[in-house]
Structures are given as structure tokens and as C-alpha cells.
Design a protein around this ligand. Structure first.
Ligand code: RP5
Length: 164
């Protein structure tokens, strides 16, 4: 099973990379394209169908400003859709956050937080979804969590040493 990712503009590429790095770490295949809910609506619709035919089980849509990409993707697919709002607009990303999260009842989007950590969390959330039907992946996730605990402990010890 693959993950399909869309970014609304070339300017979102730096955010996309955060998600791709997570998939590389977990050995998950993905497809990605630049397409916009507003600038290329027909292309967006066609790509959703193409990605589904190619085995995409979860979609991630990354967009800024009036960020309708995730919502539009959700309107064309029954696969789960995760939205990542992008900051940096004149409104500081609040526009993208609200556009992504405030979906009308009936067409859900799982909205993450803004920007790079939102993209990394979107990828991890996709791993959690895929892990429901893939034992090896679920074990990898468990290993990832254990490593995180170790890194928190190490940070605590390091800072205590430095401040002693
Ligand atoms: C959105 O508008 C894109 O997702 C991007 O985050 C934002 C700005 O796009 P550009 O003007 O940089 O192409 O559609």
C-alpha cells in the first residue's frame, strides 16, 4: 500500500520533504505531485483517480492560504485524507489552518498542525493507519516511539550535566 501526497505549489516542497523523510525511514512507498485545488482543479481530480489505481490507500494534502486542497481531495475519494496547512501567508497560516480543519459535516479531513512538524505528523499518522493492517509496520512504529523516549531521557541527562 502506498501514500499519495499533493502539494498546492512548488513553494510547498520544503514542507513535503518532511513527510517524505518519514516514509523513507519506515520504508513506505509514496507518489507525489504538485497540483492545486484552485489553479488546476481538473488535474487534481484526475490525479486522485490515478493514485488510487496505483494503490494509494491514504492521501496527504499540503497547502497554504485558502487551503482547500485537502477538502477537495476528500470530496473525490473514500480513502482517508490528512491535511497539512502551510504557514507564511499574510495571515500567518491561520487562514490555511482554518480552511483545512473546518470541513463541513460528512466530508472529514484529519488536519495536522502547521508546517514542517505538521507534515512529519501527517506522515506518522499515515503510518499509524497503514499499521492497523501491517504488523511489521506497527512494530516499526513501536520502535520509533521507544527511540523517542530514549532521546528525551538523553536530553534530560545532557542538560542536567551542562547546567550542573
Ligand atoms: C497555495 O498557496 C499553495 O499551497 C501555497 O502554500 C500558497 C502560495 O502558493 P504560491 O503563490 O507560492 O504558488 O495554493
Amino acid at each position: 500500500m502506498k501514500v499519495g501526497l499533493f502539494i498546492g505549489s512548488e513553494s510547498d516542497y520544503g514542507i513535503l520533504q518532511e513527510a517524505l523523510a518519514v516514509f523513507d525511514e519506515f520504508g513506505i512507498s509514496y507518489l507525489w505531485e504538485i497540483t492545486s485545488a484552485h489553479r488546476s482543479p481538473e488535474r487534481t481530480k484526475a490525479l486522485i483517480g490515478k493514485f488510487e489505481k496505483e494503490g494509494v490507500a491514504v492521501f496527504i494534502a499540503v497547502a497554504g492560504k485558502a487551503a482547500h486542497l485537502a477538502g477537495v481531495v476528500a470530496s473525490y475519494t473514500l480513502k482517508p485524507v490528512i491535511g497539512v496547512p502551510v504557514g507564511g501567508s499574510e495571515l500567518g497560516g491561520l487562514d490555511a489552518l482554518l480552511s483545512t480543519v473546518q470541513m463541513p459535516r460528512g466530508v472529514p479531513v484529519a488536519s495536522m498542525g502547521l508546517g514542517k512538524s505538521g507534515a512529519a505528523n501527517a506522515a506518522l499518522f499515515a503510518v499509524h493507519i497503514l499499521g492497523l493492517s501491517d504488523k511489521d509496520l506497527a512494530e516499526k512504529l513501536s520502535g520509533f516511539r521507544k527511540k523517542m523516549v530514549d532521546s528525551v531521557k538523553n536530553a534530560s541527562q545532557k542538560v542536567k550535566r551542562q547546567k550542573a
